[in-house]
Design a protein around this ligand. Structure first.
Ligand SMILES: Nc1c(NC[C@H](O)[C@H](O)[C@H](O)CO)[nH]c(=O)[nH]c1=O
Ligand SMILES: CC(=O)[C@@H](O)COP(=O)(O)O
Length: 175
């Protein structure tokens, strides 16, 4: 049977609910020397720190040594794009994992904060050509947030870090 040309086929069956098939973790040489910034915020900080734990677990699973990971804080999700741009623009880091928890309140403020955070991070990626893992929860309730910040690979911080690392491997393969 002809070998598939699609590189890095899904390593695990797709998640029944999301259809997400986590990538195969590459061998350690693919990420040799990579330097990662983990950027977290101060709103809903207990949830954000659970996302941070998930992101760090993913970086370890993919073989990124702790000495190649730096942690930073921004006030809130609205400030993350500018912070990510500062981290990436001088080439000090190969990628950023952006972590926040935006929880809807009584007013339309949620829409502006969440929307501009997402839009701003996409602009940072395109401008810098460096990946930013989108570990920003945009939820209606605290319960929804905790359901996405638990142990294991369902943690959105873990997922964001994995996506960012996969993009580093892909861009290295394509350059
Ligand atoms: N309500 C949430 C915010 N709001 C704060 C903004 O992100 C920003 O820091 C403020 O408007 C000052 O510029 N941020 C979150 O990350 N999560 C929230 O639920
Ligand atoms: C996402 C927010 O900014 C939100 O938590 C603010 O709450 P409110 O809309 O009640 O002011």
């Amino acid at each position: 049977m002809k070998k598939s040309k699609t590189a890095n086929p899904a390593a695990v069956p797709a998640d029944a609910k999301t259809g997400y098939a986590a990538p195969q973790i590459p061998d350690r040489t693919e990420l040799a020397g990579v330097r990662i910034a983990v950027l977290a915020t101060r709103w809903n900080v207990g949830i954000v720190d659970a996302l941070r734990a998930g992101a760090r677990a993913c970086l370890r699973d993919w073989g990124v040594s702790d000495e190649d990971v730096a942690e930073f804080r921004a006030p809130g999700a609205y400030e993350i794009p500018l912070a990510a741009l500062h981290l990436l623009k001088k080439g000090r880091y190969d990628g950023v994992v952006a972590l926040a928890a935006v929880i809807r309140g009584e007013t339309p403020h949620f829409d502006y904060v969440a929307g501009e955070c997402a839009r701003g991070l996409m602009q940072v990626q395109i401008k810098t050509r460096k990946p930013v893992g989108f570990g920003v929860l945009t939820v209606n309730t605290v319960e929804q947030a905790w359901a996405r910040a638990g142990q294991g690979r369902d943690n959105k911080g873990y997922e964001a870090a994995a996506a960012m690392l996969e993009m580093i491997c892909l861009s290295r393969r394509l350059s």
